[in-house]
Unconditional design. Sequence first.
Length: 273
Amino acid sequence: MTRYQPKQFEDRHIAVLDLEALSGEQPEDGSFPPWPTFTPILASVLQADRNSYGEWSFSLETVRFFEDDEPFEQVDELIRARGLITFNGAGFDLPVLMLSAQKARCFQLPALTAAATQPKFGNVHYDLAQRCSNYGAVRGGTLEQLCSALSIPAKFDMHGDQVGELYDNGEIDRIEAYCGSDVAATLMLYAHQRAMEIGDPLYHASLITQFARWAMQDGRECLRPFTQVRQLDQLLPISLRGQIAAAEQVAGVNAEWRDKRALDASFGEAVRY
């Protein structure tokens, strides 16, 4: 009888999600409004895929809930079959999305539902606010505080409490840029945290350096700060070693397949691979 093996977080195909939303209530004491009072404005999803050669590819998409058709379905499609990464997504982004989808009678959202309803310590949704605080064992820091400690740019242009004013002024592009910079900062924070968990400096170096290169090629102003990587000259050789090791592993697997085909052919067997 085989032993049960817990599902591992999918860290080769990931999606970083951040939601911008507005509340219909403003508490008199200035506190943060209750999450059920929020309505989504837009969501940014940063996708990252690592191939067998250790090379990352990236894509940044934004869904505008008041403009796009079937916005909940679009978000669900963008995160499907990927490890979902957020910062405090369990405490805000996902509950707001789920409740808003229910209001819109959108019930077939398998990826969102799986992430929002995963049990504690699950491996579908990777919430950095939970991971960095060891699930509440220590007082949690904000995304800005944690990124600052690691010299990652974050909240460099504006803060979340300005979203309402920008929305009223019709400055949706600025909100989208702010959300895009948040998912980029979250990705870089994740690279540090995940590399520590799995004890793999190659994972950190490859994700950080290759994202910086992609951000430079992409050219979006909100991503420009992420093209400047601290200690880049030290990280690049580590990333390259990881790609070489991955290529050697692929070459070894291919050699094994060639040897097996040759052995089968020597016995006159017709085997399809």
